[in-house]
Design a protein. Sequence first.
Length: 273
Amino acid sequence: MPEGPEIRRAADRLERALKGQVADAVFFAFDHLKRYEQQLVGRYVESVETRGKGLLIHFDNRLSIYSHNQLYGRWFVRPAHSYPRTGRQLRLAIHNARKSALLYSASDIDVLTPSQVARHPFLSRLGPDVVSAATDAVLAQIREERFARRQLGSLLLDQHFLAGVGNYLRSEILFVSGLHPKRRPADCSPEQLAALAEAVTTLARRSYRHNGITCDLQIARELKAEGQPRSRYRHWVFTRTGRPCRQCGTPVLLTTVASRRLNYCPVCQPLEA
């Protein structure tokens, strides 16, 4: 599933293609949304916003298209009224004189007014967006008493806690902050909580700016120069099961938390402080 950095990069592509442009055609695959097609034709796009893994395309008539890619959704930006060769099903299309923005395979799509956005059952309950939120805001959320006794391995996937963290960011954030997935905020010192908040924002933004890379950029550059594939230099620990930890050399372990895989180093991320 795309995580916050990937959704923000998709939003950047959409904004370059759509912002300030008048929609000359709009298509929805779902019957209950068909009535909005003509309401959006002839309107221009004001902005493209992300909230964690959710995306909002705002039009000048105060309607917004909401979408969540979930596991299989994918955006394409193409020359106007052209389509990629794909076996995916087209769910949404926005065409203007220059470009077409095409969403395939996603099933979570809606058209919302501002008040509906404010009351939306997913959007209204999201925690701070990890790509855009200030580190202080993330730290304040981590310190909230309601999260204090939940294990970090599962808590980090809760979008009500922090919006935009998924499987790879979870493993990477815990590694960089030196915290075992079974640790809870209540078990951590103030310094550890501050390190966790710093890791959240640093890694999310690094991933956003560097196309999914969360590893130290110097290490990544050196491994790339050696001819290593991207999968070998992209992350600190995620998908590196059995390979030596980049900091201590201990084999990276694989576990399952909240029914999803998680990688960690048992030495750099001890269960006991």
